[in-house]
Write a protein that binds this ligand. Structure first.
Ligand code: SF4
Length: 154
């Protein structure tokens, strides 16, 4: 018999204290870590799953948000100018695959990230300026019917 929790939630791995940010740090949220430790949530990092490495260059979305990236209208660019669009999309699809396998319907993802951000992300100028829009993973999950919120809403 499958004993997995039926209401398991997906969370950004950095929120669970895993050192997977581009700086090699984390964004620990005690409540989220507790849920992961208790088996109520699963922690994944799409940029690490894309083999972008830790640490890695900072990434921002250029020319649009995550939906535009998925539609081929915008790109994910590293601070050194490398186009990492394909990698970021691949990482997002890897997370989606797991989410589907586990029947996940809810996610709590890190705000402002080009991949995990919900509603607000950096604008692609690497100047610390925010714009409206979702990250690539968030856009993909929403298209698959997953409800996504940020750590600031839980
Ligand atoms: S991609 Fe998401 S999970 Fe990974 S470090 Fe960035 S915000 Fe955290």
């Amino acid at each position: 018999m499958d004993s997995r929790p039926s209401k398991i939630c997906l969370v950004s791995a950095c929120l669970a204290g895993i050192n997977c940010t581009y700086r090699g740090k984390n964004n620990l949220n005690d409540k989220i870590k507790k849920d992961v430790d208790g088996g109520r949530s699963i922690a994944l990092c799409p940029e690490t799953l894309a083999s972008l490495g830790v640490p890695r260059e900072k990434i921002e979305l250029s020319g649009g948000d995550g939906n535009d990236v998925l539609d081929g209208k915008a790109k994910a660019i590293s601070s050194n100018g490398t186009d990492v669009t394909k990698d970021v999309i691949m990482g997002a699809y890897k997370v989606l695959e797991t989410a589907k396998r586990l029947g996940i319907k809810n996610a709590v993802l890190k705000s402002k990230s080009p991949t995990c951000g919900v509603g607000r992300i950096y604008d692609g100028t690497f100047s610390g300026t925010l714009r409206d829009g979702d990250g690539v993973l968030t856009a993909l999950l929403k298209r698959s019917g997953v409800t996504v919120s940020t750590e600031k809403e839980v």
